[in-house]
Design a protein around this ligand. Sequence first.
Ligand code: FAD
Length: 353
Amino acid sequence: MTQRTDVVVIGGGQSGLAAGYHLRRLGIEHVILDAQTAPGGAWQHTWDSLRLFSPAEYSSLRGRLMPIQPGEVYPDAAHVVTYLADYEKRYDLPVQHGVWVPAVHRDGTHLRVETGCGDWQARAVVSATGTWTRPFLPAVPGRREFTGRQLHTVQYTNPADFAGQRVIVVGGGNSGAQIAADLAHAGIDLTWATQCLPRYLADDIDGRALFDHATVRRRALDEGRTDTGGVASLGDIVAVPPVRAARDAGLLASRPMFARLTATGVEWADGTRAEADAVIWCTGFRPALAHFASLRLRGTRGRIATEGTRAADEPRLHLLGYGDWTGPASATLIGVGRPAREAAREIAALLGS
Ligand code: FAD
């Protein structure tokens, strides 16, 4: 059976909810299809000690401030899940959980959104599927030879899983630093391998400053001035309290990236080796966009070419929350509001015409 609506939003994490909020305000009929059986998107699956890198009041979607978490300046992931579940309910957003979208097709003047429980026909689609379901693993020689355990950030829960083991953490971003600090504080035998020397942001800089930086950049771009550069120009690692404490205690010395894995560990280019029981790859993500394969849209590095949030080659499709390429700071709670509003306005204009 095929159902009809004006807009299908694919993904019901923070970005999908932001889209729903603005579509609802403009009175646009829509449905939000989300593969997860419960609200919260990727925040339901993070490691136990993860903390936001901004205080609650700087981590809010439009319309409703995130409440302060008692006793915590930087809220944990469970707090974010509760906030998103409340947001979904408060604005009565039409989220259908447990619905996976394997593909989207062109269907005359409409787009047809395939699901395991019937198709939807829509005049526009917003994709807000995030990156968490597409962990990226670099092609390092010997990865298949290593007989120990290999996991990605998405599979890491807490240090108890690694008691008594030798662990190599790979990656110099926030995930790598936070997981390395988590293991170091627990006394795990840790080697932290990073491509470049870790670049910490100044200790007094957290997500607030990153968002301000993104705002300045957005204004510069809007006004046709020189690009001030993404937040990466400030550094890679927010020195959240556990990372700062581990770094200051000398527990976070990094080593350069190794050249290959062996059966029992890793080996650097100069021939030195480290034995390991587990390697945790904190090496990032790619946008989850496989459902658009049949639309054959232009793009590089796993992305789709966009103008603002709109797909350059398909005016009925908007992409939300994947990173700066879909709007400055759009992959953050506070930053996704503006691109979501712009996408909803463009869709309203499209439907009106
Ligand atoms: P997601 O939360 O991943 O939601 C996407 C939803 O779409 C999921 O429910 C998924 O199951 C569903 N989905 C995917 N594919 C399909 C499909 N084909 N069909 C149906 N459903 C589908 N941001 C901040 O603002 N502050 C922070 O402090 C912060 N810290 C972070 C720390 C880490 C380590 C990471 C990785 C990210 C952090 N972020 C932070 C960034 C950001 O908030 C998250 O990445 C956020 O989860 C992205 O939200 P989203 O809605 O775009 O994607």
